[in-house]
Design a binder for this molecule. Structure first.
Ligand code: NI
Length: 196
């Protein structure tokens, strides 16, 4: 299969809601292979179908750090069953080259999805883990939500975006996460490995 070109921030398709997969066709199988080829070529942690130009509800994650610990997980038509707590997450995104900022994420998520064979599975991600944060980041892409929408400090995020030659934040997309912010401030966490 092949390494695809990443759709970059600014493209309207990154703001669209993706469609459910009705059948795991050959086309969907190729899409998943392309997602992995592109993810590994770019050394990412996760990649969602809209980022390679397919507005379908599919994403892949691999939080393994080297070939020995590879742990690819494919999510088709994912649903978040449960989300709890709040943490600071220092994130980037392959659609935003070299731009990282602090965002709010739930600490824990429980997700249901189909695998590449169409078999349902349920996954619980450990509290505050890279996997928990990556699932939320990639899931958002399917609804046209981007990590910067969760920015804890939009002025800091704007500065980082503009330093990288990217458009500043469009405030209409900023999410109101007051309760999460309060919880993060009550329990400050150390910064972890960036999610992208
Ligand atoms: Ni992303």
């Amino acid at each position: 299969m092949s390494v695809k070109k990443i759709v970059k921030y600014g493209a309207i398709s990154l703001r669209e809601k993706s469609k459910e997969v009705h059948k795991i066709s050959k086309k969907v199988q190729i899409l998943v292979e392309d997602l992995y080829d592109t993810l590994y070529a770019l050394n990412g942690v996760g990649l969602a179908a809209p980022q390679i130009g397919e507005n379908l509800r599919v994403f892949v994650i691999d939080v393994g750090t080297d070939p020995k610990t590879m742990n690819p997980i494919t999510f088709i038509n994912p649903k978040i069953l449960k989300k709890e707590g709040a943490v600071n997450s220092y994130e980037g995104c392959l659609s935003f080259p070299d731009a990282y900022t602090n965002v709010r994420r739930y600490k824990y998520v429980k997700v249901k999805a189909l695998d590449i064979k169409g078999r349902p599975f349920i996954l619980e991600a450990d509290e505050g883990s890279l996997l928990a944060r990556a699932i939320q980041h990639e899931f958002d892409h399917l609804d046209g939500i981007l990590f910067i929408d969760h920015s804890r400090n939009r002025f800091e995020a704007d500065k980082i975006l503009m330093d990288k030659g990217l458009n500043p934040i469009d405030t209409k997309y900023l999410l109101d996460e007051k309760e999460m912010e309060e919880e993060i401030q009550k329990n400050p966490q150390s910064e972890e490995k960036p999610v992208d």
